[in-house]
Design a protein around this ligand. Structure first.
Ligand code: GRF
Length: 214
């Protein structure tokens, strides 16, 4: 069996996608292992989850660095020290400079809570509701200099249901984030064929036969 790719996960908060990646990597056949977690906030809840799972987890508080470049240099040094091969941004709420993006070109993923290229940026669920879309979802993409842009690796769509709030829609999307992030990492790590969703499934909402008055 090929050695598992060493991945780092960068977080700023809750860390539920981090937990999904940790859970996926418990399978010995999974082609990647979470070797390092870095948070830019010492109070990021995900740090404790990672430490509890026995993963090296560190806070590099951006407030303690005089420039963005100095902070990123510290992140990059930590990644190099741990022999990291793939970097996963998972709710990492700092915009990266072209320098760090360039260093990890083709080896850095991000998860975004919309079907890109729709709704880049913040408040994606409220904006999707306001736009009246019937399908919403999430995207894992390779990171390039432009924010929330770059080659798409995986997407999942969910229906927007009557009565949805930004919170109910976010929860439905988040459940799919936890499916596609491990899938995308497995695809990039390149080991074996990951369990793919039913390739014949089509995503249509509203369901045929359930269409009321628009
Ligand atoms: C997720 O919705 C992700 O798509 C976005 O930030 C959120 C992070 O959630 N980039 P978590 O910290 O992984 O729970």
């Amino acid at each position: 069996m090929r050695p598992r790719k060493r991945i780092a996960v960068l977080i700023s908060g809750r860390g539920s996608n981090l937990q999904a990646l940790i859970a996926a990597a418990r399978d010995p056949g999974y082609p990647a292992a979470v070797a390092l977690v870095i948070a830019n906030r010492p109070d990021a809840a995900g740090l404790a989850h990672a430490a509890a799972a026995g993963i090296h987890a560190i806070a590099l508080d951006h407030h303690e660095y005089s420039t963005r470049s100095a902070h990123e240099a510290a992140i990059d040094a930590a990644l190099q020290r741990s022999g990291i091969e793939i970097v996963c941004l998972a709710g990492y709420m700092r915009v990266l400079t072209p320098w760090l993006v360039g260093r990890w070109s083709g080896r850095m993923l991000n998860i975004h809570p919309s079907l890109l290229p729709a709704f880049p940026g913040l408040d994606t669920h409220a904006r999707a509701l306001a736009a009246g879309v019937k399908l919403h979802g999430c995207t894992v993409h390779l990171v390039i200099e432009a924010l929330d842009d770059g080659p798409i690796v995986a997407q999942a769509a969910v229906p927007v249901l009557p009565g949805d709030t930004a919170e109910t829609l976010a929860a439905r999307v988040l459940a799919q984030e936890h499916v596609i992030y491990p899938l995308a990492v497995a695809l990039l790590a390149g080991g074996g064929k990951p369990a793919l969703p039913d390739e014949s499934a089509s995503l249509v909402n509203p369901l045929p036969g359930k269409i009321g008055r628009l």
